[in-house]
Design a binder for this molecule. Structure first.
Ligand code: F0G
Length: 353
């Protein structure tokens, strides 16, 4: 068994790095592609669903794929500080990789709308965290301005190296399946990840590593769905705070991806997201964060459109541990507390006596 060396070393020929690029890595990537039989059964007709569980990356989300590239290139280019706006995961990944690369990390977040685990990570990794009275879109405007006017490198997904790193998730899917899936279902916020996957599939297709390209199916939270309304949403709202974004940074790339792949954008309500979130955990043993469950919620919503016998990959972008408050609040499984510490009582509570 060869030890995993991180995605830059593994996919070096397909990435914009040279022998002199310092590789800042936490050995991200190589995340499992897990079959989900219960969800497959919900669709039936021989459809096979697998989830790409990117919540198992070092900081718990797919952002590590982008950040190993963005931070390695920032160090190569002599940067001393990076900055990002974030709904939480980007800030955690930026903080971890920037500190490992001995740089300062500034993160601007919407006050009160970042899940607890993500905030804890950014702080402990040593980022300088600034919470603004505004949403992600407001924060993003500020960091763009900061990067234009001050010596800080922007590491949001408009940084081209971010998508270069993130495209490796598509490589991994093809490497495991032996081909591209028929459908790729993915949550959409800024639309960086959907664009990155598409880049990856197209690049592998060009290299003859797969002989088909997937239909790219992007899912947004219904209250934050600019790709459904066709224009920015001024006041995005969803409990899936990771994708609470009204003015996506990768607007054009996302539409190009949709057109080229003959894919589609759809919306899912918070209730549908929570139902998929609970189903993944309680039926499949997979704990993802609410935004990630949008991919499965979306697939279930449009399940009649899936061709029989198709292979479908749903991307689970972040780990459920990121947002413990949501899990406790929205689990329909209740804690049995205040139980006397003796065997007979516990047996009774368990229904055995
Ligand atoms: N899923 C999770 C868990 C995310 O954190 C994000 C984005 C997305 C999906 C959407 O990906 O923006 O490439 O379409 N999170 C960003 C952040 C905005 O700041 O962490 P996208």
């Amino acid at each position: 068994l060869k030890p995993w060396r991180g995605l830059i070393e593994t996919y070096r020929p397909y990435l914009p790095v040279t022998d002199t690029t310092p590789v800042i890595t936490l050995l991200e990537g190589n995340t499992p592609l897990i079959p989900v039989p219960y969800i497959s059964q919900q669709i039936g007709r021989g459809v096979k669903v697998l989830v790409k569980y990117d919540g198992l990356n070092p900081t718990g989300s797919f952002k590590d794929r982008g950040m190993t590239m963005a931070i390695s290139k920032a160090v190569e280019n002599g940067a001393k500080a990076v900055i990002c706006a974030s709904t939480g995961n980007t800030s955690a990944a930026a903080a971890a990789y920037a500190r490992r690369g001995k740089m300062r990390a500034f993160v601007i977040i919407p006050d009160g709308y970042v899940a607890l685990g993500k905030l804890a990570q950014a702080l402990l990794y040593g980022a300088e965290v600034i919470a603004i009275d505004g949403n992600f879109d407001d924060a993003f405007k500020i960091v763009r301005g900061m990067a234009e006017n001050y010596p800080v490198t922007l590491v949001n997904s408009v940084n081209p190296y971010r998508l270069e790193g993130q495209k490796t998730a598509a490589f991994e899917v093809v490497d495991v399946l032996g081909n591209a899936p028929d459908w790729l279902c993915i949550p959409v916020g800024n639309a960086g990840n959907i664009s990155a996957y598409w880049m990856g599939f197209c690049q592998y297709h060009g290299l003859g590593k797969c002989d088909r390209l997937p239909k790219m199916m992007g899912f947004q939270a219904a209250g934050a769905a600019p790709f459904l309304t066709g224009q920015p949403v001024p006041h995005p709202e969803t409990l899936a705070t990771a994708i609470r974004i009204g003015n996506p940074a990768n607007w054009n790339k996302a539409w190009e991806t949709q057109k080229a792949s003959h894919g589609a954008f759809n919306g899912v309500t918070d209730e549908e997201i929570l139902a998929a979130y609970r189903m993944l955990a309680s039926q499949e043993g997979i704990f993802c964060e609410p935004a990630s469950a949008a991919s499965v919620a979306g697939l279930l919503k449009v399940k009649d459109q899936v061709p029989s016998e198709a292979t479908v990959v749903c991307v689970l972008t972040g780990n459920g541990l990121k947002d413990p408050d949501c899990a406790i609040k929205h689990s329909d499984n209740q804690l049995k507390s205040g139980i006397k510490a003796d065997l007979a009582t516990v047996a009774q509570v368990m229904g055995f006596a």
